[in-house]
Design a protein around this ligand. Structure first.
Ligand SMILES: Nc1ncnc2c1ncn2[C@@H]1O[C@H](COP(=O)(O)OP(=O)(O)O)[C@@H](O)[C@H]1O
Ligand SMILES: [Mg+2]
Length: 256
């Protein structure tokens, strides 16, 4: 266990997941400590989404153990309700609902009443810099704005753990950069535990306390710990970028 303040919130021990004869994840072990931001970084096909599904409990491992907040996420799926929130590459907002209604939905499922959930939605829109957009429908917003709403929806249920699966990957670099900054600041301020899954080296360096670079099939081959000082120094960022790109097998790994 590392930078986190407490025990491991997410723990994988020697996890293998096969589809037929092929392993999408092989012998994968890592932990994410309480309050830590960890990036799982790997090329397309490395098994990142499979790792994410194992952590969400939508699929069981073929062998090994997965623990999330102390539970087996597949066998004890219900126990993680409200503790774990997920945001994906596409915003997955319901187009016929306003942004506020999209955020309220998750709260109402957890039993928060209508007045309180409307108020919480407004607070969260404010925190993701979308104050006043509560009455807009998703089609009236840009991709970056929709992704902000999607993140507000994930965070509004006050989860212990936030999973981000390629949440910044479809945005252009400028939009993605400002969103990454805002989200990592929010997550750090709130002390959430966060696992970011990405194929983009920049996303990982910008956000994570610890970057786990994955081999194919998913297995940690390199661990990098960027500090705030590293992030503030463009030369150091370039150095880290090159080190990671080399491990991932060439510079084209930075964009694909
Ligand atoms: N449900 C599935 N059935 C069969 N093969 C799968 C399934 N999900 C993923 N795979 C395979 O596992 C490998 C890893 O996929 P995935 O976890 O989606 O990687 P990533 O998210 O890193 O791109 C790929 O070769 C993919 O084809
Ligand atoms: Mg994926």
């Amino acid at each position: 266990m590392s930078a986190g303040t407490g025990s491991a919130e997410i723990e994988l021990v020697n996890v293998t997941r096969k589809f037929g004869d092929a392993a999408a994840v092989r012998d994968l072990s890592f932990t994410v400590g309480n309050g830590e931001i960890v990036a799982l970084l790997g090329r397309t096909g490395a098994g990142k989404s499979t790792a994410m599904n194992l952590i969400m409990g939508t699929i069981p491992p073929s062998s090994g153990t997965v623990r999330v907040a102390g539970f087996d996420p597949h066998a004890e799926f219900d126990k993680l309700r409200g503790k774990l929130a997920v945001s994906f590459q596409t915003d997955r907002l319901l187009p016929w609902r306003t942004t506020s209604e999209n955020i309220e939905l998750g709260l109402q499922i957890l039993g928060v009443d209508k007045v309180a959930s409307r108020r919480r939605a407004a607070e969260w829109l404010d925190r993701v810099k979308m104050a006043g957009a509560g009455d807009k429908h998703p089609h009236e917003l840009s991709g970056g704005m929709r992704q902000r709403v999607s993140l507000a929806r994930a965070l509004a249920v006050d989860p212990q753990i936030l999973l981000l699966d390629e949440s910044f990957s479809q945005l252009d670099h400028v939009t993605s950069k400002s969103l990454r900054r805002d989200v990592s600041e929010l997550v750090r301020t709130l002390g959430k535990t966060c696992l970011l899954i990405t194929h983009r080296i920049d996303d990982a360096i910008e956000m994570a306390d610890r970057i786990l670079v994955l081999d194919i099939p998913a297995r940690v081959m390199l661990e990098v710990r960027p500090t705030a000082a590293d992030r503030a120094d463009p030369a150091r960022v370039r150095e880290l970028h090159q080190e990671i790109a080399a491990a991932m097998g060439g510079d084209e790994a930075s964009t694909h």
